[in-house]
Design a protein around this ligand. Structure first.
Ligand code: GAL
Length: 685
């Protein structure tokens, strides 16, 4: 059983990201007062300001932030203090170039951007531990400080590391994992193409190769190593901060990024997790927002579900409050009137109890001059500030639901081995990416709220039992441990849905010489006799399920049954395997397994959800068009229904029962018209 988070906010609150070092001191007090007038009572500061604390090696200057924190205390502003390690100063990288991260070919990233360091340089670790210790020791007891943010967006910008320190640390990681080179050679299948290692010093992090393609088993371990390095780096900082912080103050970092086991980072280092939510990316010039099957900004609900799996009651450290843009890239328009409210309510609907806008005022200098904040360069009041003011009123109206639990009707199962394997394996990626997108889309448009459920080292069947249905779309990699937990879940009454390619590989990413679904064969009582992609020249393939023609997606495993408790629910109705089993159901204990030979589409997911009895759980309560998302949060037996209209056009919903509108406290029933981008929160009586 996973441990629960150490820290929760006790109500809904707003914050913003503020950079005292970017502004004339004369603006500070007025800025804080304007924030408070508009409902912002917490700020995050200092996460890039190393030079303000240590302008030269070993020379520490605390006056700058002391004077700012004095003011914050006078104004009653709460502060989240960031450690500045995402941007090492120039003196540091000039004197110790070995701290720099490198490209695949070993060329170092030079000064000028951020996150140009590597986690494994002993010098960088030492210098970071010193700056973190100095900052925590000096500011730790400050009354205005309520929390600490470690670094900034760990693994953002770049999540691969190729410096010499990384190679040295990778060798140590591998020695710890395998003990002997024989074991490593076996796990990595190095006999293939003459990769057999005879000395640890022959092993490197990935380097340029023909097609830049290298041993996949090695890269899988390398990805695990990057994640472990990032977690260690974060832990090094949180251990130091814990020595100096006040007991009630939290430690967090803002995510979430790839090649990183965010769950492990949370459990090992943090008290609460925060996420940076920028749904406006959906409208960047490089995207195609008109793409007909795309959920655009609503897709961020998927990220939020993932954040919720890391930390059920999370915060948003950076919530979109303006147009996107660096001076070099990522251009997107200003949020339309109502969208800041919509995106804030999207975060709250998914479990955020703290929402902090990025940033108070748009930078007038540097790379981010087009990444707009609440205020623009001219510093006048504007419509975005008025929208923040309305958001403040709003969160007061709905505050009683703070800390409520999100209610999911089913779970989409993931695990880091398969996520990382799919990054290397194009077959795996194609299936996983599409199926997960389609499952999420089906959940959204059918109003069947879902959770992301990660199978972690300490996940047990009891935790899974809160989901009547779990879809584990394509677990190519199965481990004994995960198989056992899934078996217990099914025997205890759960319904497990598996897609094609289940059980193809072991945890090194090697294919197992067993019939699929590999380790799950005895539970599923199925066998995969043959399989194929549906190529571009093929027609879509369908299965006949209860008289309906249901599409079977991008890839088809052709199934057979192997045991007494399994029955065929559907057969392929086209292609050369017409008439052969596509979907099998096996009863086991109190539960069952549905083994599906295909990949998931939004249409077939709806069929699965209907068949397993979890589709559209709130249809007796509310009728909602596809353009709106619904979420249900529950606390102390009270239920709170969120309805979010992502469309610019009004949308009609029908409340089939009398409920309380949390904004007006009126009892409402029947037709309600939500304006474009409007959101509603109802308490169910
Ligand atoms: C985030 C980052 C912020 C800021 C923002 C806009 O990723 O944490 O510091 O850079 O993006 O670019």
């Amino acid at each position: 059983m996973r441990k629960t988070q150490n820290f929760k906010w006790d109500g809904l609150s707003l914050g913003t990201c503020y950079y005292p070092e970017h502004w004339d001191k004369k603006l500070w007090r007025e800025d804080l007062r304007r924030m408070k007038e508009n409902g912002i009572f917490t700020i995050r500061i200092a996460e890039f300001a190393w030079s303000k604390l240590e302008p030269r090696e070993g020379e520490f200057t605390f006056e700058f932030f002391d004077s700012f924190l004095d003011l914050a205390e006078e104004e009653g502003m709460k502060v989240i203090f960031g450690t500045p390690t995402a941007t090492p100063p120039v003196w540091l990288t000039e004197k110790y170039p070995e701290v720099l991260n490198c490209r695949l070919d070993g060329t170092p990233f030079r000064h000028g951007m951020r996150r140009h360091y590597n986690y494994n340089s002993p010098v960088y670790r030492k210098l970071c531990s010193v700056i973190v210790e100095k900052a925590a020791e000096h500011y730790g007891q400050r009354p205005c400080i309520v929390g600490w943010q470690i670094d900034n967006e760990i693994n953002c910008e770049v999540d691969v590391f190729y410096s010499e320190s990384d190679t040295a640390a990778f060798r140590e990681f591998l020695k710890g994992k395998y003990g002997t080179l024989d074991a490593l050679n076996e796990a990595w299948g190095t006999v293939f193409w003459n990769q057999t290692y005879t000395e640890w010093e022959e092993i490197y992090v990935p380097r340029p190769t023909v097609h830049d393609s290298t041993n996949p088993h090695q890269v899988l371990d390398y990805t695990r190593f990057i994640s472990a390095s990032a977690v260690q780096f974060c832990k090094m900082q949180s251990d130091i901060i814990r020595k100096y912080k006040k007991p009630q103050d939290f430690i967090t970092t803002n995510g979430m990024f790839g090649n990183l086991d965010n769950h492990e980072m949370m459990d090992e280092c943090l008290d609460v997790y925060t996420y940076d939510s920028y749904p406006n990316f959906a409208y960047c010039l490089c995207e195609d927002p008109k793409h007909s099957d795309d959920l655009n900004d609503r897709k961020w609900s998927r990220n939020l579900s993932e954040v919720r799996s890391v930390c059920p009651h999370f915060g948003i450290m950076e919530q979109q409050s303006g147009a996107n843009g660096w001076n070099t890239r990522m251009e997107a328009p200003a949020p339309k009137p109502g969208q800041m409210m919509l995106w804030t309510m999207q975060s709250i609907a998914h479990g955020a109890d703290y929402v902090s806008f990025f940033r108070w005022r748009t930078a007038v200098i540097g790379t981010e001059i087009y990444w707009h904040g609440i205020l623009d360069y001219d510093n006048r009041d504007n419509r975005k500030l008025s929208e923040v003011h309305r958001i403040w009123k709003r969160i007061q109206a709905v505050n009683e639901m703070a800390g409520a639990e999100y209610q999911a009707a089913f779970g989409l199962v993931r695990d880091y081995d398969n996520i990382w394997d799919s990054q290397l394996d194009v077959w795996h990626m194609r299936l996983a990416k599409k199926s997960e997108k389609e499952i999420f889309t089906a959940s959204q448009i059918s109003h069947t709220p879902m959770d992301m459920v990660y199978l972690l080292e300490d996940t047990d069947a009891e935790e899974l039992m809160k989901y009547p249905v779990l879809i584990y779309p394509h677990p190519l990699i199965l481990t004994e441990k995960r198989t056992e937990v899934l078996e217990q879940y099914v025997k205890a009454g759960g319904c497990l849905i598996l897609g094609c390619r289940t059980g193809q590989k072991d945890e090194n990413g090697r294919c197992v010489m067993l019939p699929m679904p590999g380790l799950l064969s005895s539970l599923a009582q199925t066998d995969v006799k043959e399989f194929t992609f549906i190529g571009p020249a093929d027609d879509a393939v369908f299965m006949d399920w209860q008289g309906k023609q249901v599409e079977t997606g991008l890839f088809n495993d052709i199934l057979a049954t192997t045991g007494p408790d399994v029955r065929i629910l559907a057969k392929y109705s086209s292609n050369y395997y017409e008439g052969r089993p596509a979907l099998a159901e096996t009863v086991c204990g109190k539960g069952k397994v549905l083994h599906f030979g295909g990949t998931f589409t939004r249409e077939n997911v709806k069929e699965f959800l209907a068949y397993t009895g979890v589709l559209s759980p709130y249809q007796e309560l509310v009728e909602v068009p596809e353009a709106c998302e619904i979420a249900m949060r529950v606390k102390d037996g009270k239920k709170y229904l969120f309805v979010l209209n992502y469309d610019k056009e009004p949308q009609k919903i029908v409340l089939k029962e009398a409920v309380m509108d949390m904004d007006t406290k009126d009892e409402v029933q029947g037709n309600v018209l939500l304006k474009g981008y409007e959101t509603k929160v109802y308490r169910i009586f």
